[in-house]
Design a protein around this ligand. Structure first.
Ligand code: HEC
Length: 489
């Protein structure tokens, strides 16, 4: 295809566009950004600039559009062109998937250009600092230190904080003292696998009336198959007595021959509601398994809190499906929490490049992965042209570019009054904690309230109402406590 006539028409515009060129000098190089970037450099950069900064045609980084600027409108402009403006149509030379990946790339580059103006001095210099956000000023303090990646946080009724460390250690922090719980299960500490979530049953005795009054504690971890470098997610519960792990029961496990994960996408978040536990399993980097109801991968599961399978689970009566499944079509759901007033289950899904999602989990529904996604492969190859399809649930929120979502938590404490019922979302790659305001099951506002301390894995609200965040940097793994800046302790 030749675009000579466009070049002629737009040659004199070049001079006019020079100021634009300078304005977006912070544009990021597209070299090495994968297949979508290669397509852009080959077909689009002659007019839009080799960093999207503009040239003969407009900058794609300024968020000023002739159309309404939605994903669909941009895809349509690429597909059918804006012929009167001189934008050629690409539908005959690019696939729908490629066009979708170009839209993702445009969003990514725009966000990078936005953030490149952020100075490194914006990064907090140390862990004890003060931060101002739209609604609250708060200070940070170290509430506990680990020796490896810290993955999850929950609290015992006595106020002590349990923290999982990926290599298999379960810590209890109490009044400044750190104690390792003895006799916890042996975990497969490999790539993304290890000791992952911890959840304390909110009722003291759990559903087992004969047991002692200490609560059941649930663990999600990766277990290795015998003599094989493969593993799978396992869910157990037990009790902690005199800093020892006792009375362990297995609630969910995969037989050795079906343990196929070589170390990626374990999911593994657990929540409790009304006598049931919900927990997530990742698709183990085999996307198609998420759509297969005979396989446990890429699902939200629901069990009675003692491990029995509820009779009213959506697929409980089907021979061709696993009875524990509550919803399916998930990639790597690493966050799960319950809305404090509506009781709706919220899930965060760690997506592919440009495909991180927040979903509201409904009984028996398909969340689409990998048939429908907002993302593309990490190397810029497309996955799907579809971001929505009949019979599949759309996310209520997504991030392009990805923040690499992990733990989520609704704030329901009594120390940050303006953050009541806001959803906090941990970002690994973005090193940030996002605060989402939710109204009528929709996200109406988003603010980054915490940034630059390291990869944010999880957040919890203490019985004291303060916020606790698990943040990991190389050789610096800790839980930071967020309290109002004027608080005494
Ligand atoms: C021959 C020059 C030329 C090429 C090649 C070209 N474009 Fe454009 N494009 C334009 C012009 C002209 C416009 C209209 C805006 C302007 O005045 O600059 C435009 C507009 C757009 C818009 C904005 C739509 C809107 O709502 O405002 C997008 C997105 C876009 N192009 C993407 C691409 C992509 C992706 C490619 C490569 C597959 C590409 N363009 C290749 C000239 C070009």
């Amino acid at each position: 295809m030749s675009h000579n006539k466009y070049y002629r028409v737009y040659l004199f515009f070049l001079a006019l566009q020079v100021p634009l060129f300078c304005q977006y000098a912070s544009a990021q190089s597209l070299k090495g950004e994968g297949k979508a970037a290669d397509i852009f450099l080959k077909n689009c950069s002659t007019c839009h600039g080799n960093q999207m900064q503009g040239g003969m045609a407009k900058s794609l980084l300024d968020d000023q559009w002739q159309t309404d600027g939605s994903d669909e409108a941009l895809a349509d402009a690429i597909r059918n062109g804006l012929t009167s403006a001189g934008m050629p149509a690409w539908k005959n030379s690019l696939s729908e998937e490629d066009i979708r990946s170009l839209v993702i790339l445009i969003r990514e580059q725009r966000s990078k250009a936005d953030h490149s103006s952020q100075k490194t001095s914006d990064r907090p210099k140390n862990d004890e600092t003060r931060i101002t956000t739209k609604l609250h000023h708060y200070k940070t303090q170290v509430a506990g230190k680990g020796d490896e990646t810290l993955w999850a946080i929950d609290f015992l009724p006595d106020g002590s904080m349990l923290v999982t460390q990926k290599d298999g250690v379960l810590w209890r922090f109490h009044k400044g003292k750190r104690t390792q719980i003895k006799d916890t299960p042996k975990v497969w500490f490999h790539r993304q696998g290890g000791l992952l979530d911890v959840m304390v049953h909110p009722n003291n005795a759990g559903s087992n009336k004969n047991s002692s009054t200490s609560p059941w504690v649930y663990l999600a971890y990766s277990e290795q198959a015998k003599n094989k470098n493969r593993g799978a997610t396992k869910i157990v519960r037990g009790k902690i007595k005199d800093d020892r792990w006792i009375e362990q029961h297995t609630l969910f496990e995969i037989p050795d021959e079906d343990k196929k994960n070589y170390g990626l996408h374990f999911g593994s978040r657990i929540v409790y509601q009304d006598g049931f536990i919900y927990f997530t399993t990742g698709e183990e980097n085999r996307p198609e398994t998420a759509q297969d109801l005979k396989l446990f991968n890429g699902k939200v599961h629901r069990l009675h809190d003692d491990g029995r399978i509820p009779k009213d689970n959506p697929f409980a009566n089907r021979k061709d499906a696993l009875a524990s499944i509550w919803s399916y079509g998930h990639r790597n759901p690493q966050g799960l929490d319950i809305h404090p007033t509506t009781g709706k289950i919220y899930e965060s899904e760690h997506g592919p490049r440009g495909g991180d999602e927040i979903n509201i989990i409904l009984k028996g529904q398909n969340y689409g992965w990998p048939k429908v996604t907002f993302g593309m492969h990490y190397d810029g190859r497309p996955i799907s042209a579809l971001t929505s399809a009949p019979g599949m649930e759309d996310p209520i929120h997504y991030w392009v570019p990805s923040i690499a979502t992990c733990g989520i938590k609704f704030y329901n404490g009594n120390k940050f009054m303006h953050w009541q019922n806001n959803l906090f979302v941990a970002g690994l790659r973005s090193q940030s904690l996002h605060r989402l305001t939710i109204e009528d099951n929709r996200v109406i506002d988003e603010e980054v309230v915490f940034q630059g301390f390291g990869r944010v894995r999880d957040m919890a609200v203490g019985p004291d109402g303060y916020i606790y965040v698990a943040v990991n940097e190389k050789n610096n793994n800790r839980v930071l406590k967020l309290s109002p800046a004027d608080a005494k302790n």
